[in-house]
Design a binder for this molecule. Structure first.
Ligand code: SAM
Length: 284
């Protein structure tokens, strides 16, 4: 009988996955890291008892957090990823030939090293790409101190517990704004609103003072339990999230991307929010 991985994210509600083979399990300098095989999702990586990514469903999350802002913007040369240790976000951003450099700031080197070793399909060579600049550092400190500017910033963080907590603060969003070029876009991992509604309310309130257009878009990622997941969207150019589908489709065709989730139609539809998420945006 396989041992069960029991996720500890919510009290009173949770998912469990069989650990058919444990490939790595250790306490890193920052968090508990486990990588195991599961019959349904393939290889799974979890941090501090919470599933971060799986071979089976990672495409939804990684495609939607990269291609939506990059194609909405239309002339992205520089991308900054905060977190993203499994390398899936870097992999997708680097698929855009227009992107000259991706800077990735991950706090935990062990996540990068162990994902390269045990989950190579997720980064798929991204860490060897000369256009990737990997920095091992706290993302919040990095954006406070850097003089760099980026067209798109992607926050691929853990939940607001442990080392990821600083990536949900207003001071972090303010520093990200300073690091964006004119018309640049910040997108964030913002939890599953049905069970983590306060993340939507808090991020909306904390992004609001610094950006003219703050919104969310959604996708359902099976192992981020509870229905639709929310991605935060912040920019000063409100036209960017209202691009017509034909314009996005033309850019998508130009980028020659072969995607498993992303389509121009899914891109545009993702900004249509259900009423309960719109209420969460203004819950305070
Ligand atoms: N997709 C996942 C989710 O929604 O649960 C998150 C993916 S995982 C790649 C998030 C990464 O953020 C982890 O590798 C973690 O080490 C990193 N991280 C957490 N706090 C950080 C911080 N303050 N600075 C940089 N990286 C951080």
């Amino acid at each position: 009988m396989s041992e069960w991985f029991n996720e500890t994210l919510h009290s009173g509600y949770g998912q469990r996955l069989t650990m058919d083979k444990v490939l790595f399990r250790e306490r890193t300098e920052h968090q508990d890291l486990v990588i195991f095989e599961n019959a349904v999702f393939g290889r799974v990586m979890a941090l501090d008892g919470i599933v971060q990514t799986t071979e089976g469903d990672e495409f939804v999350y990684h495609e939607m957090l990269t291609h939506v802002p990059i194609l909405a913007h239309g002339r992205v040369k520089r991308v900054l990823i905060i977190g993203g240790g499994d390398g899936g976000m870097a992999r997708e951003a680097l698929r855009h030939a227009s992107v000259e450099q991706v800077t990735m700031v991950e706090i935990d080197r062990s996540v990068v090293d162990m994902c390269v070793k045990h989950l190579p399909s997720i980064s798929n060579g991204a860490f060897d790409n000369p256009r990737l600049d990997l920095q091992i550092a706290d993302g919040a400190k990095f954006v406070e101190e850097t003089d760099g500017k980026w067209d798109v910033i992607i926050v691929d963080s853990t939940d607001p517990i442990g080392p990821g907590e600083v990536l949900f603060r207003e001071s972090f969003y303010k520093a990200c704004k300073r690091c964006l070029t004119d018309g640049g876009i910040l997108v964030t991992q913002n939890g599953v609103p049905f069970v983590q509604g306060s993340e939507v309310t808090n991020s909306f309130d904390r992004l609001g003072p610094h950006f003219d257009d703050v919104w969310f878009y959604t996708a359902a990622v099976p192992t981020y339990q509870g229905g639709l997941m929310a991605f935060g969207w912040a920019t000063d150019d409100s036209a960017l999230r209202q691009r017509p589908v034909a314009e996005i489709a033309s850019r998508f065709a130009g980028a020659s991307l072969d995607c498993n989730y992303y389509t121009p139609e899914a891109h545009v539809a993702a900004f249509g929010l259900p009423a309960f998420i719109r209420r969460l945006m203004r819950a305070k």
